[in-house]
Design a protein around this ligand. Structure first.
Ligand code: CP
Ligand code: NVA
Length: 333
């Protein structure tokens, strides 16, 4: 048994391929139980705190719904309501929250703030987005790819746009771990963090996948199984807005660029999108777009993540026992 119980999720760096695949298999199991209309409340009595120092639609609602539907309770804690706003440290906040809660999800600015919280927390801490990583998003992204394509190994994922943000960094590490070939096209000056790039390249050598970085969108998208983009101005980078829109203007994902990919390419975006900037309406709403399934998948994937971090092996035993009953029970009628 792979031990996920009690672990944190700060980035994919701390998880190996088998552990990531276990999260996806557990997601499938939970989805099968839900599809049968069966009640499964493995998180009864568990409370998740969700600290938000930046805005959120998907992360907030999918985490709160996930814990509720599994029988637990979520508390949304906005930064300005907490004493963080008047100087209480992230570390002290984490120590106090650890006494009340079973897990904390945190969305904050600097990755070191999350690391400070984690160093003082006595319960699992989940990264709900920092400036450096967005692992929960990437979990849903690779799960979407797996469901849509039936496999991950050997697929080509093209990322076009701002190469130096949280989403790109998590995609890089995830692709390298999971054996997905990733090709990034970004202008000079927007390359991924060099430490993350080196980590991804070293990891890819082990998994046998390729990590490529260039400036040419057409080269990246050629024969891709999936094309991904994100906003050009991430939260916290608004001051560079004008410059970014100018520098990234040639990196829009539009129908003509997408036509260079495989005919059955899927288009992915973490959302929210700035329609008409990094992606056109025709692509976002077009037949290859998987963005709303991808957004939905945050919910089941995070259910699996919460279940594994909080209940570990017990969750798997209870889930498998429900699924086995279903297989063993004689057909009705
Ligand atoms: N993709 C994502 O994390 O969305 P929110 O910012 O709405 O949570
Ligand atoms: N890169 C984006 C992702 C939003 C979900 C940002 O940080 O704003």
């Amino acid at each position: 048994m792979l031990g996920l119980k009690g672990r944190h999720l700060l980035s994919f760096q701390d998880y190996n391929k088998s552990e990531l695949m276990l999260i996806f298999e557990t997601t499938r199991g939970l989805e099968r139980i839900a599809a049968k209309g069966k009640t499964f409340r493995p998180m009864r009595g568990k409370v998740l705190g969700m600290v938000f120092l930046k805005n959120s639609t998907r992360t907030r609602v999918s985490f709160e719904t996930a814990i509720y539907q599994l029988g637990g309770h979520g508390i949304c804690l906005r930064g300005e309501e907490l004493h963080l706003a008047r100087g209480e440290t992230m570390g002290d906040t984490a120590r106090v929250l650890s006494a009340y809660l079973d897990a904390i999800m945190v969305r904050t600015h600097n990755h070191w703030e999350l690391e400070e919280m984690t160093s003082q927390a006595r319960i699992p801490v989940i990264n709900g987005l920092t400036d450096k990583y967005h692992p929960c998003q990437a979990l849903a992204d690779f799960y979407t790819l797996l469901v849509k394509k039936g496999r991950l190994e050997g697929l080509k994922l093209a990322y076009v746009g701002d190469g130096n943000n949280n989403v790109t960094h998590s995609l890089l590490l995830g692709a390298a771990k999971l054996g997905v070939n990733i090709h990034i096209a970004t202008p000079r000056g927007y390359e991924p963090d060099s430490e993350v790039m080196a980590l991804a390249q070293n990891t890819a050598r082990i998994s046998g996948s390729t990590v490529k970085l260039g400036t040419d969108p057409a080269g990246a998208v050629a024969d891709a199984d999936a094309v991904y983009t994100d906003v050009w101005v991430s939260m916290g980078r608004e001051a560079e807005g004008k410059e970014r829109l100018r520098d990234l203007a040639a990196y829009q994902v539009n129908s003509s660029l997408l036509s260079l990919a495989k005919p059955d390419v899927i288009f992915l975006h973490c959302l929210p999108a700035n329609r008409g900037q990094e992606v056109t309406d025709a692509v976002l709403d077009g037949p290859n777009s998987a963005v709303f399934v991808q957004a939905y998948n945050r919910l089941p994937v995070q259910k699996a993540l919460l279940g594994l971090l909080l209940r570990g092996e017990d969750l798997l035993e209870e889930m498998n026992s429900i699924l086995n009953q279903e297989i063993l029970s004689p057909p009705r009628g």
